[in-house]
Design a protein. Structure first.
Ligand SMILES: [Mg+2]
Ligand SMILES: [Zn+2]
Length: 194
């Protein structure tokens, strides 16, 4: 069986973008707005080189909400994939939920549903108990917990808010926690990171 890291996208791999209409940081709405966060590339290489399969697990409801054309969301994905390919990073699969319960009704794949993690388990022979989910929202952590993975929340999220196993400042720190865990128990890693 293989180990995997399941990654949320917005706020973990790429910057959220300020939307003045809603006065909130949100998913990019154009390819130009899509920008990888610092040290994401070395973090993904660290995880890849440690033998983890990489999967994207992302809720993208902006088409369902009428805020973006599907073609634009696909263009944004192509830019993301191109940036990774240029660095020699290959994701085993990209799992997107394009639904939203208020607009398209209930679906089986929207986080916190663990649906996509189970799909990866069945298709790629992933050992979920030896795998990790990384995200910046409560729904990401709930998704990982429901699937039986270990979980890392990206701050400012706190451990008590989410029940995440660990909190990290960014993906680079999360990748270090995961690779350190190979050689130590979680409490040792946490002690070393504070
Ligand atoms: Mg996010
Ligand atoms: Zn869905």
């Amino acid at each position: 069986m293989r180990r995997a890291v399941f990654l949320d996208r917005d706020g973990v791999l790429n910057r959220n973008v300020w939307n003045s209409a809603t006065e909130a940081y949100e998913s990019p709405l154009t390819p130009e707005q899509f920008e990888l966060l610092p040290k994401v590339v070395p973090a993904l290489k660290l995880l890849r080189d440690a033998g983890y399969l990489l999967f994207l697990v992302s809720n993208q409801p902006n088409h369902a909400k009428g805020k973006a054309d599907m073609e634009v969301l696909e263009e944004i994905h192509r830019k993301f994939e191109m940036l990774l390919t240029a660095e020699g990073i290959v994701f085993s699969d990209y799992y997107y939920c394009f639904h939203h319960p208020n607009f398209t009704g209930a679906c089986r794949c929207r986080k916190p549903s663990p649906y996509f993690l189970f799909e990866a388990r069945d298709r790629f022979d992933v050992d979920l108990a030896q795998s990790w989910m990384i995200g910046d929202r409560v729904s990401d952590i709930a998704c990982g917990r429901a699937a039986g993975t270990r979980t890392i929340g990206i701050s400012p999220m706190t451990q008590s808010q989410t029940g995440a196993d660990c909190i990290a400042d960014d993906l680079w720190r999360a990748a270090q926690i995961i690779t350190c865990y190979e050689r130590a128990s979680i409490p040792d890693v946490l002690a070393a990171s504070t």
